[in-house]
Design a protein around this ligand. Structure first.
Ligand code: ATP
Ligand code: MG
Length: 179
């Protein structure tokens, strides 16, 4: 771990507009320029291909773990809730191990707020996780519906606000832009 990086931050990207996951990935891209080690743990996502899954294979200092079971409670989801819940809990335990290993300067919990708001992950467990953060590590949490308590703990909170989205014109998610 980079010893010059003494005080890590907790950053949140939330809101209904597009750009939360891409803001986290953009920060990862920036930090890699300083030889930081980056670990991304994706909650909820699981049954879709995302460009970043291939991009990380091109960069040695970054790893991505897709640990969700796919969309929860929407889009024809027929996976039992208990399976979504154990996947989310497993992802948080995995992220805890990664965090305590102190091998990474940046850890990203992508869509963690979606896991909380759909009821498959307890907010309390995430708060306990945050309390264990090594001082020097940076943490990014993303997803719609960030909770008040976790916003209270974070150092930086940005809400993506939708002004326009092509979805409203029935333009579906685009390769390279949305996934
Ligand atoms: P991205 O991964 O593109 O940065 P995001 O993380 O901000 O998006 P999510 O809530 O994770 O957004 O949404 C997942 C998908 O939904 C993405 O493909 C994204 O483009 C799309 N999306 C984001 N915002 C909206 C919106 N306001 N209306 C419809 N679709 C959206
Ligand atoms: Mg996202």
């Amino acid at each position: 771990m980079d010893s010059k990086n003494k005080n890590g931050l907790i950053l949140i990207y939330t809101g209904n507009g597009k750009g939360k996951t891409t803001a986290a990935l953009g920060t990862a891209f920036r930090s890699i320029g300083y030889d930081w080690n980056v670990c991304i743990v994706q909650f909820v996502k699981g049954n879709w291909k995302y460009g970043e899954m291939e991009s990380v294979k091109l960069i040695p200092n970054i790893e991505l773990h897709q640990m969700g079971k796919g969309f929860c409670k929407i889009m024809g989801d027929n996976i039992p809730e208990s399976e979504h819940r154990s996947a989310a809990e497993n992802a948080l335990e995995f992220a805890t191990e990664k965090m305590l290993s102190k091998k990474y300067e940046l850890l990203i919990l992508d869509e963690v707020f979606v896991a909380i708001s759909t009821g498959i992950l307890s907010e309390k467990k995430v708060i306990e996780f945050l309390k264990k953060k090594p001082n020097e590590m940076n943490l990014i949490l993303t997803g719609r519906k960030a909770t008040k308590k976790i916003i209270g703990i974070a150092d930086l909170v940005t809400e993506m606000k939708e002004i326009k989205h092509p979805f409203k014109k029935n333009i579906l998610a685009k390769k390279g832009i949305d996934y």
